[in-house]
Design a protein around this ligand. Structure first.
Ligand code: SF4
Ligand code: SF4
Length: 613
């Protein structure tokens, strides 16, 4: 053994001894108490929190209270001009209280909570409006999360004309369609931040009606986005003439994932939600063409409307399982309520995240239980940071409010080929607790990287220190894995896959781990009735808009749709010439005639075309 190796070996021994991570449970049951209300006073206390919101009529900022009544959680607020407003935030006070539970020490210091402190990039704009959030988007210095998902509206043209859609040329009367130069500017904005966005999603309108859509996918990859996603009703992918080739092309150009609008498995459901008959064959062609070209990352997106699509949640899960080779996840989105509605209409229409996950429990025969399977998205913040740190990739930070969304995993057991909840493999609460404590150690290490040889050997020593830090990371991976394995209920191929992910430590392994797993999530976008400014400030889903003055405006999804869209779109709208109005014809898009024909020919048929209402 050379002298350097001997020094290295001795150093590593002492280094790892001193930094030994305590993976023992301190007291029996402590971890569970960290995350569970049961047995605490919190359960007995009525929930009450002050926040700020906006008036649904005039959109002025007003005080609001989030409080418990009859086992439910409501937002109550008053506008001096427009009176009282009351909206349900969660139909389960117990579940809501769990997601807002804080573990405190005897001095009242918060030791743990689902609300996670986000990292912030430097502000893009001044706090010009002294009313503060949500009028300063963005991003202003009050914002406390980075962008986990960057959005660009590619067009407001669409082959459908859904009743509740806010982004539609037919309704707005103007065209929103950023040029390639503007799209490039937005991508540069998101990627040039100290904590760059890792994932980008193209939205609309229907993004795939743009002829230059494949080039835009390539542009995103060239900018370094790891995950390139399109939110689509399936238009470009399903065409009978050329859909397969088009799917292949966009896949080759860099598209990773489809967020496929998917309201259910019954044609009748789509008639109600989209006003189009026979839409299932259209959706099936999307799935089949993706399968054919190997584009195996479809996330089904279901807008949940009471009495219309909530009855389909079980069907959608079964559809995903039947197509697990290409479907990786389902996102349930309780419908947001736009425009003015009465209290009675509110009662009829409002559905919360808790209702959705309760419905999933009901429709899966209790297999995916509300009280044990679902966690706020923010639960995995530390876990995600560890994986990103060990894999040397940019982290995706889910530091949104616990009210924003929930998630759970189903896993195809590679040994038996059966789909089971991930709870069958792991003890999630213990793993979360372990990950939280592990991250504390890593944070400490990040601040103090090893600088052992630098002091002795100068520049040459730096190279050795880099080697030490690399070895250190490999050791950390192994330790993290060992820690996780402690809380594994069922060893087998899944754990092998996870080990490979951790030890390979690259984006591709992370991405391939999600094959054969089904991520179920629910995100409830806010509207003016339930807007909670504390949620808004933590938003992780941000629109980028290229402004006429050459800047890029980064705006939280929920404030964009509630407050800023009309004003901003007027600034960036392109003239709707007579030609555009008649044909939707632009240099980058398809004509209205082409689009309508595609709907009719390919199985989808507008109800009006059949002479019906
Ligand atoms: S949502 Fe964020 S960027 Fe917009 S005003 Fe609030 S804190 Fe500022
Ligand atoms: S888009 Fe709305 S629901 Fe989603 S993270 Fe942002 S604030 Fe939360």
């Amino acid at each position: 053994m050379s002298i350097i190796n001997r020094i290295l070996f001795k150093y590593l021994k002492s280094y790892f001894f001193l930094n030994k991570i305590n993976i023992k449970i301190l007291h029996k049951g402590v971890e569970l108490n960290l995350y569970h209300l049961d047995g605490t006073d919190v359960l007995e206390e009525k929930y009450y929190r002050k926040t700020a919101s906006v008036c649904p009529e005039c959109l002025k900022k007003i005080d609001a209270v989030v409080q418990e009544e009859d086992g439910k959680i409501f937002m109550v607020k008053n506008c001096p001009e427009h009176g009282d407003f009351k909206d349900i935030i969660s139909s389960s006070a117990k579940y809501y209280k769990w997601t807002h539970y804080q573990k405190k020490d005897k001095n009242g210091k918060v030791l743990w909570q689902f609300d996670k402190d986000g990292e912030s990039n430097p502000a893009d704009c001044a706090l010009d409006d002294d009313r503060g959030c949500p009028y300063n988007c963005g991003l202003c210095s009050e914002h406390i999360s980075t962008c986990a998902l960057a959005l660009i509206d590619l067009t407001n043209r669409c082959n459908f004309n859904c009743n509740f859609c806010y982004a539609n040329i037919e309704k707005s009367g103007y065209l929103i369609e950023p040029t390639l130069e503007e799209i490039d500017r937005i991508m540069t904005h998101f990627r040039s931040k100290p904590m760059p966005a890792v994932a980008i999603m193209f939205t609309g309108g229907e993004p795939t009606v743009r002829k230059d859509f494949p080039e835009i996918c390539k542009m995103a990859k060239d900018h370094g986005f790891k995950e390139v996603i399109v939110a689509t009703n399936g238009y470009g992918f399903q065409k009978k003439n050329g859909g397969l080739e088009w799917t292949k092309k966009v896949f080759e150009m860099g598209l990773d994932t489809l967020y496929l609008q998917f309201d259910g498995i019954n044609n009748e459901t789509y008639e109600k939600t989209r006003g189009i008959k026979k839409l299932m064959p259209y959706k099936m062609r999307v799935v089949e063409n993706c399968r054919e070209v190997g584009l195996s990352s479809i996330n089904l997106v279901a807008t949940i409307v009471k009495g219309i699509t909530d009855i389909e949640v079980g069907n959608i899960i079964q559809f995903a399982l039947d197509n697990i080779d290409v479907v990786r996840g389902i996102t349930f989105q309780p419908v947001s309520l736009c425009g003015r509605i009465t209290a009675e209409e509110m009662d009829e229409l409002r559905i919360t995240n808790a209702d959705v996950i309760q419905e999933i429990e009901n429709q899966t025969g209790g297999k995916i239980r509300m009280d044990e399977a679902w966690y706020p998205l923010s639960t995995i913040v530390e876990f995600g940071r560890i994986i990103a740190y060990l894999a040397d990739v940019d982290p995706i930070e889910f530091t949104c409010s616990p009210d924003c969304g929930f998630a759970t995993y189903l896993v195809v057991d590679p040994d038996t080929n059966e789909m089971v909840p991930i709870l069958d493999y792991f003890d999630p609460l213990k793993i979360i607790d372990f990950a939280n404590r592990f991250w504390e150690k890593i944070k400490h290490k990040e601040k103090q990287p090893i600088k052992f040889f630098e002091g002795i050997l100068g520049d040459m020593g730096k190279t050795f220190d880099e080697g030490l830090n690399l070895l250190d990371k490999t050791q950390l991976r192994a330790r993290f894995l060992l820690g996780i394995l402690q809380y594994t209920k069922k060893p087998g191929k899944l754990m092998e896959m996870f080990s490979r992910l951790l030890m390979n430590g690259d984006w591709e392994s992370i991405s391939s781990f999600t094959h054969g797993t089904l991520l179920l999530s629910s995100m409830h976008f806010q509207d003016a009735y339930n807007m909670d400014i504390e949620r808004v400030k933590r938003c992780i889903v941000h629109f980028g808009v290229a402004m006429p003055d050459g800047s890029v405006n980064e705006i939280s999804f929920c404030t964009m749709n509630t407050l800023h869209r009309e004003r901003i779109e007027k600034l960036v709208a392109k003239k709707v010439t007579a030609k555009v109005k008649e044909e939707f014809d632009t240099t980058t898009g398809q004509t209205r005639e082409e689009i309508h024909q595609q709907v009719a020919q390919n199985g989808g048929m507008r109800k009006t075309e059949l002479g019906e209402e």
